[in-house]
Design a protein around this ligand. Structure first.
Ligand code: UDP
Length: 196
């Protein structure tokens, strides 16, 4: 796998298709897995002041170049990325693959009702899609353990987390080791778009 360093932050230099293949490999290999779609805001934060964020990006199994800003920065640094791989595009491609392969998905985050509507739209768009569960993203700290337990029991292959960046990346990093075998990915406002 082609991984480069952009301002000391690792980013995978892969096409969308290669990212989808990489996630398929991670699911096949099993274990708790993290995917980060790296946009300029996260990169800036990690480089400038947020060491926790920088460390967890370094632990990720896949870091995609999310957005023109990253692709541009890569070009300036002499590290051309083949294309941008945004959260929503990657999510839709993975959900399509999930429906074809029989992987189940779990949607966590966004306002109450949004994840359910997004799930209904995805099932309409990708018939046969298995949705293992949905849950909104406005929970209290003391509800987190129960939520993690519910996700573990639902045992999806793909967990999409929409809590906004970098909260979602930190949530995934805190919990993924206890959730069992799944690939977790932060998707920001994607569920709002898909539910709309
Ligand atoms: N969100 C949430 N819980 C929170 C804060 C935010 O579920 O405590 C959701 C919010 O409803 C929205 C998403 O996280 O659906 C963040 O979207 P935004 O576009 O702000 O994130 P970005 O794409 O900029 O990371």
């Amino acid at each position: 796998m082609m991984r480069v360093e952009l301002l000391n932050v690792p980013v995978d230099s892969l096409t969308m298709e290669q990212c989808v293949e990489r996630v398929a490999e991670l699911i096949k290999a099993g274990g708790p897995r993290r995917v980060i779609t790296l946009n300029p805001e996260i990169l800036y934060r990690a480089v400038q002041f947020d060491h926790t964020l920088l460390e967890l990006i370094n632990r990720a199994d896949l870091v995609t170049a999310d957005g023109e800003g990253i692709v541009w920065a890569g070009r300036v640094a002499g590290l051309p990325f083949p294309e941008r791989v945004t959260g929503i595009d990657l999510m839709l491609r993975l959900v399509e693959r999930a429906a074809a392969k029989g992987w189940s998905i779990y949607l966590l985050g966004s306002a109450p009702g949004v994840a359910e509507e997004a799930a209904a739209n995805l099932i309409r768009r990708y018939p046969g899609l298995q949705v293992a569960g949905t849950r909104h993203g406005y929970f209290k700290p003391d509800e987190e353990a129960g939520l993690a337990q519910a996700i573990k029991q639902a045992a999806p292959q793909l967990l999409f987390v929409a809590l906004g960046a970098p909260a979602q990346e930190k949530w995934i990093d805190r919990h993924i080791e206890h959730l069992g075998s799944m690939v977790a990915i932060g998707v920001g406002g994607s569920m709002d778009v898909i539910s709309g």
